[in-house]
Design a protein around this ligand. Structure first.
Ligand code: LCS
Length: 402
């Protein structure tokens, strides 16, 4: 890892996690094997006791997975990371490692639907209580803290409301009470935001999104700051079993090489799409970290280097207008997920945030007319033209109904 220490971030994207392999390949070989032969009974026993270095079984450790884990730890500025089968597997690994019955979690109201559901419906069965607050509003986290709060859990920018939480302030509040700050960095990626710089304790990603970037892998990662936390999480992950496999690790590692340039293009395109939407007569409001109208625009400037590729907007015509747009786009794919090279459009209330229930959605500001865009790396003219022809259909429908 150390040979890349002095490289710039975009160079690290290309070189991180790469070591010397037999026959000299420039990319890590895919060690598509479930298990590894021991040299002897003694060596096998020594590996199990932790007295020898090496590989035993792919659920525990695999060289292809390890290469990708090293790369992401390096890009995030963390100590080590743990590759998981999905973003949700990463979140489960964190909660199960760090929480026990009687503990309390403070979580953003705007988070990926199943994260909220996991806390509300599953962790609660094991005696873990959660409070959901607007973590982007000053004072709200502090008010929700309890003596038994063990985790403050934040997405910034959050899915789907694109709310921005002040990471430095949140980490101070969490630490004052002896709690850990866990941040889902999926929407930004380490190319734009490195939460450890602001005192965050654990970083996670759905690597399904920008890290892999090509919409062909489901995977997650947990990045930690020290060896103690790493060993704790590794033990849990090993028992839970939600590990990433070698082929998906290879694909994510390949995706990382272009992370920096992909993010640059996502940001350039999204800025222009957001400005276009903000000036469109059919659009009520737009949430994008690159717009001055974003309520936490200034906080964003301090903690991310560019505004990312995710936009949410509300149409004046509400759900019906949203339906027209989603059924009319041609280039933008009507699909959930995000962070791939292709532009995706979706409706949080009926799709990604359905599981939260109507009340939690209302509480988080997720209206029936909210539309979420993951802006891809196509030519931005084509993206805007596609949205334009879809928005025109709203007024055509209104006229036909009048
Ligand atoms: N964290 C965030 C911020 C997410 O957006 C997602 C998935 C996850 C965690 C979970 O990751 P997964 O297990 O799917 O790899 N978000 C999705 C979305 O907005 N549409 O489809 C999936």
């Amino acid at each position: 890892m150390s040979r890349n220490k002095n490289l710039q971030f975009d160079s690290k994207c290309v070189h991180s996690g790469i070591s010397d392999y037999e026959f000299g390949p420039v990319v890590p070989p895919i060690y598509q094997t479930s298990t590894f032969k021991f040299e002897s009974a003694e060596q096998g026993a020594a590996l199990f006791k932790g007295e020898a270095e090496g590989y035993i079984y792919t659920r525990m450790k695999n060289p292809t997975v390890e290469a990708m884990e090293n790369a992401i730890a390096e890009l995030e500025g963390g100590h080590k990371s743990l590759g998981c089968a999905s973003g949700m597997a990463a979140i489960n690994t964190i909660f199960i490692s760090l929480l026990q019955s009687g503990d309390h979690v403070v979580c953003s109201k705007s988070v990926y639907g199943p994260t909220l559901t996991l806390l509300q419906s599953i962790m609660s069965k094991f005696g873990v209580e959660s409070t959901f607050v607007d973590t982007d509003v000053d004072g709200e986290i502090e008010k929700a803290m309890k003596p038994n709060t063990k985790i403050v859990y934040i997405e910034t920018p959050a899915n789907p409301m694109i709310t921005i939480t002040n990471l430095e302030a949140a980490s101070k509040i969490a630490h004052k009470q002896g709690a850990l700050l866990v941040v889902d960095n999926t929407f930004m990626s380490p190319a734009l935001q490195q939460p450890f710089k602001f005192g965050v304790d654990v970083v996670l990603h759905s690597m399904t999104k920008f890290l892999n970037g090509h919409a062909d892998v489901v995977a997650g990662i947990v990045v930690v700051k020290d060896e103690e936390m790493y060993l704790k999480m590794r033990k849990t992950l090993n028992q839970l079993g939600g590990v990433i496999d070698p082929l998906n690790s290879f694909l994510v590692h390949r995706g990382l090489k272009t992370l920096s340039i992909r993010m640059q293009r996502h940001c350039e395109n999204a800025q222009l799409v957001a400005e276009y939407l903000e000036n469109h007569p059919e659009v009520k409001w737009v949430r994008y970290p690159g717009l001055r109208s974003h309520p936490n625009y200034q906080v964003g400037l301090k903690q991310h280097s560019a505004p990312g590729g995710m936009i949410s907007f509300e149409l004046k015509g509400g759900f019906k207008a949203g339906e027209v747009v989603m059924n009319s786009v041609k280039l933008c794919a009507l699909a959930v997920s995000l962070g791939g090279v292709e532009t995706l459009i979706q409706h949080p209330a009926s799709m990604t945030h359905l599981s939260m229930g109507a009340e939690a959605r209302k509480d988080a500001g997720i209206t029936e007319g909210l539309v979420r865009l993951s802006v891809g790396i196509e030519n931005v003219k084509d993206i805007i033209e596609d949205i334009e022809q879809a928005l025109v259909k709203i007024s055509m429908l209104e006229k036909a109904e009048a």
